[in-house]
Design a protein around this ligand. Structure first.
Ligand code: AMP
Length: 170
C-alpha cells in the first residue's frame, strides 16, 4: 500500500518554506490507518520492549494502539507545564528558538527497554531530547519508530548507534 496517498502536503505551514506532512487523511481512512499500525507493529515485534514512549501530540495517536497491541506500557513525553507530578526536562534546538519536553520522574524504571515513537522525524532534535529523558531515568532505548522521515534533513544522524525505522520517506 502506498501510504503517501494519505499524507497531505501543506506548503508554507507553520512557517514560510516548510512543507508540512499532514497525517490526518491517513488517520481518517480506517484501512490506511490499520495498515500503518500493522507495519509499525511488525517493526516493534523485532525488538524486546517493556515501554513505548511517545511525543505529544501526534506521536500518541500511533503509540497508544501500538502499546495496546504489544501489551506494553505507554509513557507520554509532554510539552512543559502539563505533567502534574515530579518531572525531568530536556531542552532542544528548533529551527527557530528552543523547545522542551518533560517526563514524569517515575515513568521509566532503570533497565526497562524503551521504544520511542513519533509521527515525523525532521532534524531529529525531538527524538534525541526524548532519548536523553529516557536515559536519564535509566531506561535502555532499543529503537525509534516514525511514520514519516524527512530524509533530506538527515535526522537519523542524531540517533547514530541506535536502531531507527520509518514507514514513509521524503
Ligand atoms: P524534529 O525535532 O526537527 O525532528 O521535528 C520533529 C517534530 O516536529 C515532530 O514531532 C513532528 O511532528 C514535527 N515536524 C517537523 N517538521 C515537520 C513537517 N515538515 N511536517 C510535519 N511535522 C513536522
Amino acid at each position: 500500500m502506498d501510504l503517501k496517498q494519505w499524507i497531505r502536503d501543506v506548503p508554507n505551514f507553520p512557517v514560510e518554506g516548510v512543507i508540512f506532512r499532514d497525517i490526518t487523511p491517513l488517520l481518517q481512512d480506517p484501512k490506511a490507518f490499520r495498515y500503518a499500525l500493522d507495519e509499525l507493529e511488525k517493526y516493534c515485534r523485532t525488538k524486546e520492549i517493556d515501554v513505548i514512549v511517545a511525543i505529544e501530540a501526534r506521536g500518541y495517536i500511533l503509540a497508544a494502539p501500538l502499546a495496546d497491541r504489544l501489551g506494553v506500557g505507554f509513557v507520554p513525553a509532554r510539552k512543559p507545564g502539563k505533567l502534574p507530578w515530579d518531572r525531568i526536562r530536556e531542552e532542544y534546538q528548533l529551527e527557530y528558538g528552543m523547545a522542551a519536553l518533560e517526563m514524569h520522574a517515575d515513568a521509566i524504571k532503570p533497565g526497562q527497554k524503551v521504544l520511542i515513537v513519533d509521527d515525523v522525524i525532521a532534524t531529529g532534535g525531538t527524538l534525541s531530547a526524548t532519548k536523553r529523558l529516557v536515559e536519564r531515568l535509566g531506561g535502555q532505548v532499543v529503537g525509534f519508530a516514525c511514520l514519516v522521515e524527512l530524509t533530506f534533513l538527515n535526522g537519523r544522524r542524531t540517533l547514530e548507534g541506535y536502531d531507527f525505522f520509518s514507514l514513509i520517506q521524503y
